[in-house]
Design a binder for this molecule. Structure first.
Ligand SMILES: Nc1ncnc2c1ncn2[C@@H]1O[C@H](COP(=O)(O)OP(=O)(O)OP(=O)(O)O)[C@@H](O)[C@H]1O
Ligand SMILES: [Mg+2]
Length: 397
C-alpha cells in the first residue's frame, strides 16, 4: 500500500472529498439517474491518482462513449486498463500515482461467478450453456446491482489497488443497489425457488397433471420450462457459495474501509431521491461520506448587483443600445435593443433557477461529513482535462 496524505478539515463538515478518498479503500458513487455519477466517480479517481498517489481504480458502469474513450475503455470488457501517463501529460498534469479504469461487463462477471461457484466442470458448462441463464445474465436489470457489488468484492480482495472508486448503475429504485447482496442470499434460500425445482428434481410428480404446468407448457413450451427447471436445479448446487459470498459482499460494504458518496443535482425530484438514499445508507449503518451536488449554477447569479445590471439591460435596452451603437459598430438600433433585452432577461431567468437551487439546498436535512458543489460546465465532461477540472471543484469546494 502506498501511503497517501490526509485531507484537511474544512467548514462545518468533518472532512473533505480528498480526506475521504485518502482514508478509504472503497468509495461508491450512487444516486439518482443522470445526475453525473459516472462523471463524478471518474473525476474523483483521476484527482486521487494525480494528487494523492497510489494505485487508483475507477470501476465504471456504462460510461458515455467519449468518456470511455478517454479512459481507454472502448471496446473492452471487464479488463482493468491503466490510463497512460501521456494522457495526463496532454492535460498538463504529472500524476503522483496510477489511474486504472475498468468497465462493468454484467455478462462476463456473471460467468466468472458461475465458474467460481460451480461444484464441478460439468455443472459449470451446463449453466453457462443454459438459454435462460444466458438471457438473465445478459439482460436482467436487477442482476446489474448485484454483479457490480460482486465484482468490486473480487477486485478489492485482490489487493492490487489503494483506492477503488465505484460508479453505480442507474437503478429504478436506489435501494435495490444496497439490498442486492441480501436479496441474492434470500433468493437462494427462498421457498419459491425450492418449490419451483421440486417437481423437476424428484421426477415423481407427473407434471402434466398439474394445471399450472399444463397452462405454462402451452404458453411457453416444454423446452422453456425445462430450461427454467434446469437452470434452478443447477443454480441450487451453487447455493452455499452464493449465499456466503453475498454476505461477504454485504460485510465489505458496511466495513469502515468503505464509504458512500451520494451524487445529486439541485432539482427537486433528484434531490429528494438523493436524500432518501442518504437516509437509507444511514439506516443500514453504511457510511455516508459525502453528498456531491452536481451541475449547480454559479453563486454570482444570486448577487443583487448582477441582478440590477440585468434589469437595466432589459428595461432600458433602447437607451443603452443608443449609447452602444458606436462601440459595437452596429447598423440597426432595434437589433441591438433586442439583443440587450434578451441577454438581460436570460440572466434574470438563470438567477431565478439559481435562487431556487439555493432554497433546495437549504432544505437538505441530512448533514454528511462533506457537502460539495460542482458547477454546471458549459460542455460535457468527456476527457482527462474535463475530469481534472471537475475534480478540482471536488477538492476545492
Ligand atoms: N458538472 C457538469 N457540467 C456539465 N456536464 C456534466 C456535469 N456533470 C456531468 N455532466 C454531463 O452530464 C451527462 C450525464 O452524466 P453521467 O453519465 O455521469 O450521469 P450518471 O449519473 O452516471 O447517469 P446514469 O444514471 O444514466 O448512469 C454526461 O454527458 C456528462 O458529461
Ligand atoms: Mg452512469
Amino acid at each position: 500500500m502506498t501511503p497517501r496524505g490526509r485531507g484537511q478539515r474544512r467548514g462545518d463538515h468533518k472532512t473533505s472529498i480528498d480526506g475521504l478518498l485518502a482514508s478509504r479503500e472503497i468509495v461508491v458513487a450512487c444516486g439518482p439517474g443522470g445526475v453525473g455519477k459516472t462523471t463524478t466517480a471518474a473525476a474523483a479517481a483521476t484527482m486521487a491518482a494525480a494528487r494523492l498517489g497510489g494505485k487508483v481504480l475507477v470501476l465504471t458502469v456504462d460510461p458515455a462513449r467519449r468518456l470511455a474513450n478517454a479512459l481507454g475503455l472502448e471496446g473492452i470488457g471487464n479488463t482493468e486498463r491503466r490510463v497512460p501517463d501521456e494522457a495526463f501529460a496532454e492535460a498538463g498534469v504529472r500524476p503522483r500515482g496510477e489511474l486504472w479504469a475498468a468497465m462493468l461487463d454484467t455478462k462476463e462477471s456473471w460467468d466468472a461467478l458461475v465458474r467460481l461457484h460451480a461444484p464441478d466442470a460439468r455443472t459449470r458448462d451446463e449453466i453457462l450453456a443454459n438459454p435462460l441463464y444466458r438471457n438473465i445474465s445478459g439482460r436482467f436489470v436487477q442482476s446489474h446491482d448485484y454483479i457490480a457489488m460482486e465484482r468490486l468484492f473480487e477486485i478489492h480482495a485482490d489487493g492490487k489497488y489503494d483506492l477503488i472508486v465505484v460508479d453505480t448503475p442507474p437503478t429504478r429504485n436506489a435501494l435495490d443497489f444496497l439490498d442486492a447482496p441480501e436479496r441474492m442470499a434470500d433468493f437462494f434460500s427462498s421457498r419459491l425457488l425450492r418449490w419451483l425445482i421440486v417437481p423437476y428434481r424428484s421426477r415423481l410428480v407427473n407434471m402434466a397433471s398439474k394445471p399450472f404446468y399444463q397452462i405454462a407448457d402451452r404458453i411457453l413450451g416444454t423446452q422453456f420450462l425445462e430450461d427454467i427447471a434446469q437452470f434452478f436445479i443447477l443454480f441450487q448446487s451453487m447455493y452455499a457459495g452464493f449465499v456466503d459470498r453475498a454476505r461477504a459482499v454485504h460485510r465489505l460494504m458496511a466495513d469502515q474501509r468503505t464509504s458512500f458518496v451520494v451524487v445529486s443535482t439541485l432539482e427537486a425530484v433528484p434531490l429528494r431521491e438523493a436524500e432518501f438514499f442518504a437516509q437509507a445508507l444511514t439506516d443500514r449503518r453504511l457510511h455516508l461520506g459525502a453528498i456531491i451536488l452536481n451541475k449547480v449554477l454559479p453563486s454570482y447569479l444570486r448577487d443583487p448587483r448582477g441582478t440590477a445590471v440585468a434589469e437595466r439591460l432589459r428595461d432600458d435596452a433602447e437607451e443603452l443600445a443608443g449609447a452602444l451603437m458606436g462601440v459595437l459598430e452596429a447598423a440597426d438600433v432595434r437589433q441591438v435593443t433586442r439583443v440587450l433585452a434578451e441577454v438581460g432577461q436570460s440572466y434574470l431567468d438563470y438567477r431565478v433557477v439559481a435562487q431556487r437551487e439555493e432554497e433546495q439546498q437549504s432544505t437538505l436535512a441530512t448533514v454528511p461529513e462533506a457537502l460539495v458543489s460542482v458547477p454546471y460546465f458549459e460542455t460535457d465532461v468527456y476527457d482527462l482535462s474535463g475530469l481534472l477540472r471537475l475534480g478540482h471543484q471536488l477538492w476545492e469546494s
